[in-house]
Design a binder for this molecule. Structure first.
Ligand code: HEC
Length: 108
């Protein structure tokens, strides 16, 4: 299943924005997660990589303190920040499903 474009929904990104403001913003500016470098780094791999990193290491000091759907919402919000268009289905909250989803240009 290659859900590109639109691997998340606009509603999900809106939820993710609220979660980001509550749990991430005190340490991170959103602009930090929408640079070309950031996007290139994380979209070379399936989304399970970004999700896995955030879910196992963030928020710093309390990793794993969000629910799996909340982490997926935050990843959806980050995709929205990077101009990935929304679609019809929520980004899944399991690593297995996320390993099948990539965004961005396929590597040459
Ligand atoms: C208590 C402070 C703190 C909080 C809260 C926090 N982070 Fe972080 N985050 C860090 C630090 C420190 C690093 C590693 C050093 C760096 O890259 O700035 C980091 C790194 C990251 C990176 C890797 C950055 C890159 O350029 O690849 C991501 C992605 C990230 N955080 C996402 C999140 C998300 C999403 C949340 C909310 C769920 C969050 N962080 C909450 C402190 C925090």
């Amino acid at each position: 299943m290659d859900a590109r474009p639109g691997p998340y929904t606009a509603e999900q990104a809106t939820r993710g924005e609220a979660t980001f403001q509550r749990r991430c913003l005190r340490c991170h500016e959103t602009s930090r997660f929408s640079t070309a470098d950031f996007f290139r780094t994380w979209t070379r791999a399936p989304l399970s990589q970004l999700y896995g990193f955030i879910a196992t290491s963030m928020p710093r000091g309390a990793p794993g303190s969000l629910s799996r759907p909340e982490y997926a919402d935050v990843v959806a919000y980050i995709l929205a920040l990077n101009g990935v268009p929304p679609g019809e289905t929520d980004l899944p909250a399991t690593t297995a499903a996320l390993t099948r989803i990539r965004v961005g240009a396929p590597s040459p």
